[in-house]
Ligand binder design. Structure first.
Ligand SMILES: [Ca+2]
Ligand SMILES: [Ca+2]
Length: 211
């Protein structure tokens, strides 16, 4: 099902990675000058993603703080940075829940953006799924009617899935936040058939910004 969309997102990732290389090579950084080193620019807007994301601990430089495991999940920091930087790592999500049947289960690590405005957002992540496992790494967004991710669940959106394995890939999408939404939950998830074994996936460079 996701074949066509996956191809599209790979193309987008490759294009914006070119932008990353340019950013990394530019001496002194931009006007702000506060970026110790660039995180990348997956959305290609010439602004380093680390400096514009609304997410806390988006680059996982030293730990997994700010991200909370859901039921059936363990999270831990690993040193395997998506861009191979020695001074940064990634978030590892291990989804251990299993059951009968092949219906898809989804769970991961979550962070609430406690108060957001109506409008369009750009959300994305780098992710890695090692080979020999059934399932996907994904990013799922939940919309809530009240602040702090409380109140009615107004809706949800899952960014395009990509089944590629043994490589860092990128998924991103525009997320339209309707006027009835006050907060949203960013979920870095593993998705697998219930009867498949544990699934281990990595995430890094989480972007969520208003467009
Ligand atoms: Ca950017
Ligand atoms: Ca990192």
């Amino acid at each position: 099902m996701g074949g066509a969309g996956a191809g599209g997102s790979i193309g987008g990732a490759a294009g914006s990675l070119g932008g990353v290389a340019g950013l990394a090579g530019s001496p002194g950084g931009g006007a702000g000058g506060v970026i110790a080193r660039p995180c990348g620019d997956m959305d290609g807007n010439d602004v380093d993603d680390c400096s514009e994301t609304l997410v806390t601990n988006s680059a996982f430089d030293i730990d997994a703080s700010g991200w909370w495991p859901e039921s059936g999940v363990t999270v831990e920091w690993v040193s395997r940075d998506f861009d191979d930087f020695d001074d940064s790592g990634a978030l590892q999500v291990t989804f251990t829940e299993t059951g009968a049947g092949d219906q898809l289960l989804m769970a991961g690590a979550q962070q609430c953006l406690p108060s957001i405005d109506e409008g369009n957002y750009q959300v994305g992540s780098h992710f890695f799924r090692g080979g020999g496992q059934d399932g996907w790494a994904g990013v799922n967004i939940l919309f809530f009617g009240e602040a702090d991710c409380t109140g009615a669940l107004v809706g949800s959106q899952t960014l395009p899935l990509d089944a590629g394995e043994d490589a860092w890939l990128t998924t991103q999408s525009r997320v339209a936040v309707p006027p009835t939404v006050t907060s949203l939950m960013v979920r870095l998830v593993a998705i697998k058939p219930a009867n498949a074994a544990s699934l281990v996936v990595l995430f890094d460079g989480i972007l969520a910004r208003q467009k």
